[in-house]
Design a protein around this ligand. Structure first.
Ligand code: PAF
Length: 292
């Protein structure tokens, strides 16, 4: 029955929209002894997503990509409404890279009427985007937990650009004994350093010209912090000024934090990263770089 719900598009990609159909396809792979990788996405694909797929194909026999714009991780309705959507283009890119199955459910399949459960990861979500976007990290943890229980992948791939998300998902999988290995994939950047993001499409030419400054500021603070002796408190404050003077409309945060537990740091006396989130008009950009 579920088999009838799987459809192959013009590019040859098999797409399923229900959990039952997903389980039937993945179950057949499992019975054949094959391993499975999951690449969760919200679509609007760019090279960063494609790097996740390439890595997935190297990690497991089969790759399931998901395409679901998760309403629970948007704290503003306008942001959800304007999120770029183009399933036909995304499916063609997945097909080209050899994705074996696309899971593209609608909202009612993931959150049926009466859905009442939230997965919340404490501590790690109290800062950075977790603090600035109330409910966002719970929305991510909830949907990723569902995708993991639906697909039951051996391995799942997440980009380091959303570094807090990567830590939250890793902790959630560990705390809930989910048998999935989380593999981080390095941020993919344009030649001028701007981290690729589906949100970059919304930048005007003038904003696009300013945008790479975020990465330059993070990198220069990380360089000064390397070695662990230098206190970056003043550098962080100057970084905010630099971004604002260059035309960033608002800086949500510019902080150095411990790379594992996200404790705030003035000196990089342990593995650390510098994190930034800033607005260019209506577009919010985030990025982070390792220290050393
Ligand atoms: O990083 C994303 O695109 C989303 O947060 C994710 C992991 C697909 C969950 O909706």
């Amino acid at each position: 029955m579920a088999q009838a719900q799987a459809s192959r598009d013009a590019a040859g990609l098999v797409t399923v929209r229900t959990v039952a159909a997903l389980r039937e396809v993945v179950g057949a792979w499992r019975r054949a002894g094959e391993t499975v990788a999951a690449v969760p996405t919200m679509g609007a694909l760019h090279e960063g997503h494609l790097a996740l797929v390439r890595r997935a194909k190297a990690e497991a026999d089969r790759t399931v990509a998901t395409l679901f714009v998760n309403p629970r991780q948007f704290n503003q309705q306008s942001d959800l409404a304007s999120y770029p959507r183009n399933e036909t283009r995304d499916a063609a890119l997945f097909a080209k890279l050899g994705v074996d199955l696309l899971f593209a459910p609608d909202v009612a399949e993931i959150y049926p009427p009466g859905f009442a459960t939230t997965v919340s990861v404490g501590g790690l979500t109290d800062c950075l985007c977790g603090k600035m976007r109330p409910g966002h990290m719970d929305g991510v943890a909830t949907v990723v937990c569902k995708l993991f229980t639906q697909i039951q992948p051996d391995v799942a791939l997440f980009g380091e650009k959303d570094y807090q998300q990567l830590l939250v998902v890793t902790r959630m999988a560990r705390d809930l004994d989910l048998a999935v290995r989380i593999v981080p994939v390095a941020t993919v950047r344009d030649a001028d350093g701007l981290a690729l993001s589906s949100r970059n499409e919304a930048l005007s030419p003038a904003e696009r010209a300013i945008a790479p400054l975020l990465h330059r500021v993070l990198s220069s603070i990380a360089a000064r912090a390397a070695g662990g002796q230098h206190d970056v408190t003043d550098d962080l404050a100057r970084g905010v000024e630099t971004l604002t003077q260059a035309g960033f409309t608002k800086v949500d945060y510019l902080e150095m934090r411990d790379a594992e537990g996200l404790a705030a740091l003035a000196r990089a006396d342990r593995p650390a990263r510098v994190f930034g989130a800033a607005w260019l008009g209506p577009t919010r950009l985030i990025d982070n770089v390792p220290v050393g």
